[in-house]
Design a protein around this ligand. Sequence first.
Ligand code: GLU
Length: 499
Amino acid sequence: MVMPDTNASTVRVRFCPSPTGNPHVGMIRTALFNWAFARHHQGTFIFRIEDTDASRDSDASYEQLLDSMDWLGLTWDEGPEVGGPYGPYRQSERREIYTDVAQRLLAAGHVYECFCTPEELEADRERARSQNRAPGYSRICRHLSTAQIGAHRASGRTSVLRFAMPDEEITWDDLVRGPLSFRPEFVPDYVIMRANGDPLYPLVNPLDDSLMHVTHVLRGEDLLSSTPRQIAMHSALADIGVGSGLTPAFGHLPYVMGEGNRKLSKRDPESSLLMYRETGYLPEGLLNYLALLGWSPGEDREFFSLAEMASLFSIDRVNASPARFDIKKCTAINADWIRHLSHDELIIRLMPYLSEAGLIAQPMTDGQREVLVQAVPLIAERLEVLTQAVGMLGFLLLAEGDFAIEPDQREHLDDSAAQVLDTATQALEQLTEWDTEAIQGQLRAQVVEGLGLKPKHAFTPIRIAVTGRRVSPPLFESMEILGRERCLGRMRNARLQIG
Ligand code: GLU
């Protein structure tokens, strides 16, 4: 077998999802590792769409895939929209190629027509079970004579195409898991084309890898059992002179485990890429975390950019043991990334979320920008995900008529709150300067000391009155930004609500 050289600058890898359902984090982890491997070796990152199953694939899902890759900044060198020398990159547009190659494989004896009916296949499996053989097709149709084939046809039977697996052990040196081998009884002859001519994954995936000169296949461990078939297919393709003539090197990325030590499934909410985008994770934060699912740059380093990952990435450091998905850690890394952004950049990242929540106009007004420039530094350290800013900044951005104390906070406005609000309102009315220091000085003197209250008791009712919540950005700074009239107005309103 001719194996490609990892160090050559001709590295070509692919990310080849099927457009079914929503993108999930396991799939993105695979894309990321391929991307980083390609970038590290100045190679080519191919994006191929495996949409040969019309009953499961959808255009909506295709659009979402492209959009997600754009959002994440995982740029591809060949694929949809950018094209490339081996296109088209959507398998649904390559049907003629598959039909042609399948016929050539048939002519060369690497595949054969199988006429077995579903009932016969079931009976075949049953026999294998009762004889304690490994399950799998027992090659009933592999050596049919021309006369037998003619008879099947005459009786109206249709045929699928099956690949004739060689009777030898298939071995390879997995880039992640080391030497692996499969004995022939565990790799039965498999179907590559349906009776209606629909080509199947076991044909189209290795065939396109070969036609697109893919040198390294990095993909999830769940696909491990298909690898011996693909290696056999690569040899058959080389034999008939189709494709690159190379068998790519394979590396199987470890499973991603969710709660309760089972595989993270598409159905787990934390596996949905959309959820991260909607909740306001940064692409940098999410990708940084996903990189750690099976890889690390060493020296306990856990915070790095996409560019750093590309420069540090090495397949030797990919771990074979399952990786545990930990949403808390993902969120903590995201929070680090938010703190890492400049305030100007953070404002830009927050805009879509604030606009979606109706807090700012699109484009935003000068007044709104002014508020964000002042207020974002107050919350930047506390944000874990961007949507938290909606709750934290709402009181500053809402029009007065839309502002209200959150219903569950009203119970904290008791009789002692009435006294606090009366005193605070009078104290603040006397201020000639309206800034953080003056507000703080006055409230401490008149409310904390004047009424002999603990700061918490003194400031909570004011905070609820002014921000609508018990937890808010720093109170005095917030009051300065909000301005005298609005603060006093809200405090009087809250006082009226106590009665
Ligand atoms: N279309 C396949 C999938 O989404 C690709 C598998 C592979 O990388 O070989 O599972």
